[in-house]
Ligand binder design. Structure first.
Ligand SMILES: O=P(O)(O)OC[C@H]1O[C@H](OP(=O)(O)OP(=O)(O)O)[C@H](O)[C@@H]1O
Ligand SMILES: O=c1cc[nH]c(=O)[nH]1
Ligand SMILES: [Mg+2]
Length: 208
């Protein structure tokens, strides 16, 4: 498994803006979408290309073209929906597979309440999108579900990740690549990332 933490100055700057304690819902949503665009560029940077003949204004050329089927984006409800529009900005033909998981606030275990996975997922790269990787339980459950559905290639994109969550994914799924805006310090006793963002879903949906 590769773990890629972005070093892009715009990514770092936008994560810092997200951390402001009194950030508005509007700003949190906008920054989440902007970060999602930047991280989706990173997530797709190793996609394979083939050359295909193309007639352009000056004649025949061999043009680089994506080799494989479009990926499926996998937003984890709710907070992952906040990253969907940004990812679709640069992958406008991607399919979308939705997974509904909510972490139980006491046990910290993810509880499943919805899933709708594209039926040809075995032929597509899945790009999981969720702002937060904390204990890793939610991401693990999502990866298990995608693999059980036949998925062969998974990339997971997070805005903020705790070392505990990264370790959990590395131990269980060494074939999954992680793209992360920022790796934070640790989890607190309630399973929240420090310094973190607080509850990303509540900030995106205004349910604080
Ligand atoms: O790594 P974990 O310990 O599993 O925690 C991370 C999960 O927690 C948050 O979702 P939450 O359960 O708050 O649901 P929400 O998106 O509906 O707010 C977050 O968006 C992740 O999905
Ligand atoms: O810090 C955290 C941990 C889990 N979910 C969040 O939204 N934030
Ligand atoms: Mg939440």
């Amino acid at each position: 498994m590769s773990v890629f933490e972005s070093t892009h100055p715009l990514v770092k700057h936008k994560v810092s803006l997200l951390r402001h304690h009194d950030i508005s819902v509007k700003s949190f949503r906008e920054l989440t979408q902007e970060l999602s665009v930047l991280l989706t560029v990173e997530a797709t940077q190793h996609f394979s290309l083939v050359t295909k003949p193309l007639t352009c204004w000056s004649g025949e050329i061999s043009a680089p073209t994506l080799a494989d089927k479009q990926p499926t984006l996998v937003p984890i409800l709710r907070a992952g929906l906040g990253m969907l529009e940004g990812a679709l900005t640069i992958l406008p033909c991607a399919k979308v597979s939705v997974v509904g998981l909510q972490r139980n606030e006491e046990s910290l275990e993810p509880e499943s309440y919805y899933q709708n996975i594209v039926n040809d997922i075995a032929e597509r790269t899945a790009i999981i999108i969720d702002p937060m990787l904390a204990t890793g339980g939610t991401a693990l459950a999502t990866i298990d579900l995608l693999k059980a559905s036949g998925c062969q290639h998974i990339i997971a994109v997070f805005l903020v990740a705790a070392p505990e969550g990264i370790d959990a994914l590395q131990s269980a799924h060494s074939d999954v690549d992680l793209i992360i805006a920022t790796v934070d310090e640790k989890l607190n006793e309630q399973g929240y990332i420090l310094p973190g963002l607080g509850d990303a879903g509540d900030k995106i949906f205004g349910t604080l």
